[in-house]
Design a protein around this ligand. Structure first.
Ligand code: SIN
Length: 507
C-alpha cells in the first residue's frame, strides 16, 4: 500500500514552502505533494501584487502594519495572530531571498515598495506585476531537487480517511484519483497538510483559476473539522470586464497605488463619496461602492483610468497588465479599462490554531483554505502570500516536534465512490457549474435572496450531478462539483448564522 510520512494537498506557495522547509530540516521524512492538475496551475501563480513586509523601519513600523490589517479586517481579526504574522514577515522574506526569489529595487538599490488599498505606507515587495509566478518558480525548482519530496501531478484527492475514538477524530490517509491511470487509490500518511486554496469558482465573476473549487474546505468539513467565516468572501474591485472569460484577468491593486482612478461612464471619480481614502480604501469598501454605482446606473462595468499616468513608468512596472490590455485592444494612453468586482479571496475556511493545526488530529491547513484569524472580514492587500509563508513555517515547526508520536494507521474506512472508469464528458458538468455560479452570485451579491430557496436549488443541482454519475460514470468533474456544492452550502449557512444577508459584501 502507498504511504508517506507527510501528504501535502496542493502545490501553491503554502504547500511548496512547507515542503521545502520540512524536507530540508527532516531528511528522514518522506513527503508527497499532490496537485490535482499540473503543479504550476495554482492561484499563487496569478498573484500580481506581492508581499506586505515592514522592511524600512525609518518610514514604517510593525505597529502600523498591524493596525492596517486590523482595520481592514473590520474588528474580526485575531490580534495575536496578526502580531505574529507581521513580526515574522522579515524572517520569512529572508528565506525567500535565500532561494533566489527576486523582488524589484529602485535606482538607489533599495526595495521598490508598492502601495495598495488599506496600507498606510508603501510596504509591498513585488516582482513587476507577477510576484506569485516568481515565487512559485523558485520554490518549484528547489522542490524538484529535494530527494525526500515527490510531486505527484494530476492526482486529485477525493476524501480524507478518519478514525473517531472517544469523540477524537484522527486523520490517517487520503483517497485520491490517479487521473493518468484512471484509478482511485489510497495513501497512508502520518500527517496531512491541506493547501488547497479557495473557492472563487463558485462565483460568476472571479479572478481565481478553474481549480479553485473549495476542495479542502469540503473535505475537511466531511472529516469533522470546524469551518468558520465562510461568509467573508473578498471581491477584488478591479477585474477586467468580460462577458465570457472565466477567470477574469486581474488588474492589480498596485495600479491604484500607482495613481490610477476609478471612474463612472461620465468619466467622473466617485469613490470619495464612500470613503475619504478614495481609490486607496480597502477592497470591501471599493467593491461595494462599485456595485452600488453599477446598480444605480444600470451599467455592466465601471472603469479604471490610467491615461494621466506616466506611460513608460507604467509599462515598466506593470508589463503583464500593459500587454494584456494591448492584446485586448485597450490603449492605456487613450482608453479607459472596463472593470468589475470579482470574487478573489476566501477570508474564512478551515479553522486552525497558530500552528496551522485543525481540530482533527494529524490534519493541518495552510493558506487560503485555512481560517487563521489574520484576515477577519476582509483581507488587507498582499497579506495572503505572507500568511502562507508564516503558517507554513509554524506548521513545519510543529510537525517536526509532534510527528514522532504518530504512527501509520492501517484502519481504512472505505467511502462510497462512483466507479473509477470515467468518460471525459465535462460539458454537462460545465452546465451545472454555471447554474451553481449564478445561484451563489445572486445570493451573495444581492443580499435579498432567500437563503432557504437558494439552498434547496443547490441541493437539486447536487442530486442532478449524482444521477449523472450513476448513468454516465463521470467521476472527476463530479468530485469537484460535489465539493463546490458543499462549500456553497457552507457559505449560505454561515451567512445566515451571522445574519449578513442584507449586505454581505460590506462586512
Ligand atoms: C493584487 O495584485 O491586487 C492582488 C494581490 C492580493 O490579492 O493581495
Amino acid at each position: 500500500m502507498l504511504k508517506t510520512d507527510i501528504l501535502i494537498v496542493g502545490s501553491g506557495i503554502s504547500g511548496l514552502f512547507f515542503a521545502m522547509k520540512t524536507a530540508k530540516k527532516r531528511p528522514d521524512l518522506s513527503l508527497v505533494i499532490m496537485a490535482k492538475e499540473t503543479a504550476k496551475n495554482t492561484n499563487t501563480r496569478l498573484a500580481q501584487g506581492g508581499i506586505a513586509v515592514v522592511t524600512d523601519l525609518s518610514a514604517d513600523s510593525f505597529e502600523q502594519h498591524i493596525k492596517d490589517t486590523l482595520e481592514a479586517g473590520g474588528g474580526h481579526c485575531d490580534e495575536e495572530i496578526v502580531k505574529m504574522v507581521v513580526h515574522q514577515a522579515p524572517e520569512r522574506l529572508k528565506e525567500l531571498l535565500e532561494i533566489g526569489t527576486s523582488f524589484d529595487k529602485n535606482e538607489e538599490g533599495k526595495w521598490d515598495l508598492g502601495l495598495e488599498g488599506g496600507h498606510s505606507q508603501n510596504r509591498i515587495l513585488h516582482h513587476k506585476d507577477n510576484s506569485g509566478l516568481e515565487i512559485e518558480q523558485k520554490l518549484l525548482k528547489i522542490i524538484k531537487q529535494l530527494p525526500n519530496v515527490e510531486l505527484w501531478e494530476n492526482h486529485q484527492v477525493i476524501d480524507l480517511n478518519t478514525d473517531t475514538k472517544k469523540d477524537k477524530t484522527t486523520c490517517s490517509g487520503a483517497f485520491f484519483y490517479d487521473k493518468k491511470h484512471n484509478r482511485i487509490k489510497y495513501i497512508r500518511a502520518r500527517t496531512i497538510v491541506l493547501c488547497t486554496g479557495g473557492c472563487g469558482q463558485l462565483f460568476e465573476n472571479t479572478t481565481n483559476p478553474k481549480i479553485a473549487t473549495g476542495d479542502g474546505v469540503a473535505m475537511a468539513a466531511r472529516a469533522g473539522a470546524q469551518i468558520e467565516d465562510m461568509e467573508y468572501i473578498q471581491f477584488h474591485p478591479t477585474a477586467l470586464y468580460s462577458k465570457s472569460q472565466n477567470p477574469l484577468f486581474l488588474i492589480s491593486e498596485a495600479v491604484r497605488g500607482f495613481g490610477a482612478y476609478i471612474v463612472n461612464e461620465d468619466q467622473k471619480r466617485f469613490l470619495f463619496k464612500y470613503d475619504a481614502r478614495g481609490e486607496l480604501a480597502t477592497r470591501d469598501i471599493i467593491s461595494q461602492a462599485i456595485f452600488k454605482e453599477l446598480q444605480y446606473s444600470a451599467q455592466d462595468y465601471m472603469y479604471l483610468d490610467c491615461r494621466h499616468l506616466d506611460q513608460d513608468a507604467f509599462s515598466y512596472h506593470f508589463p503583464m497588465i500593459t500587454s494584456h490590455c494591448n492584446e485586448n485592444g485597450i490603449n492605456l494612453k487613450k482608453d479607459l479599462i472596463p472593470i468589475v468586482p470579482a470574487a478573489h479571496y476566501q477570508c474564512g475556511g478551515i479553522k486552525v490554531n497558530q500552528n496551522g493545526r485543525t481540530g482533527v488530529k494529524n490534519l493541518y491547513a495552510i493558506g487560503e483554505c485555512a481560517r487563521t484569524g489574520l484576515h477577519g472580514k476582509n483581507r488587507l492587500a498582499s497579506n495572503s502570500l505572507l500568511e502562507a509563508l508564516v503558517f507554513a513555517h509554524q506548521a513545519s515547526e510543529d510537525i517536526d516536534k509532534t510527528i514522532a508520536a504518530f504512527t501509520y494507521s492501517s484502519k481504512i474506512v472505505i467511502p462510497k465512490f462512483p466507479k473509477a472508469e470515467q468518460s471525459n464528458d465535462y460539458h454537462v458538468f460545465d452546465i451545472l457549474k454555471k447554474e451553481l455560479q449564478i445561484l451563489v452570485t445572486a445570493f451573495y451579491t444581492s443580499g435579498n435572496c432567500n437563503a432557504a430557496l437558494t439552498k434547496a436549488k443547490i441541493e437539486i443541482l447536487h442530486e442532478e450531478a449524482v444521477s449523472l454519475i450513476k448513468s454516465h460514470e463521470i467521476t472527476i468533474p463530479f468530485i469537484e462539483f460535489s465539493n463546490m456544492t458543499a462549500t456553497a452550502l457552507l457559505i449560505i449557512e454561515q451567512c445566515k448564522k451571522q445574519n449578513t444577508l442584507s449586505d454581505p459584501i460590506k462586512n
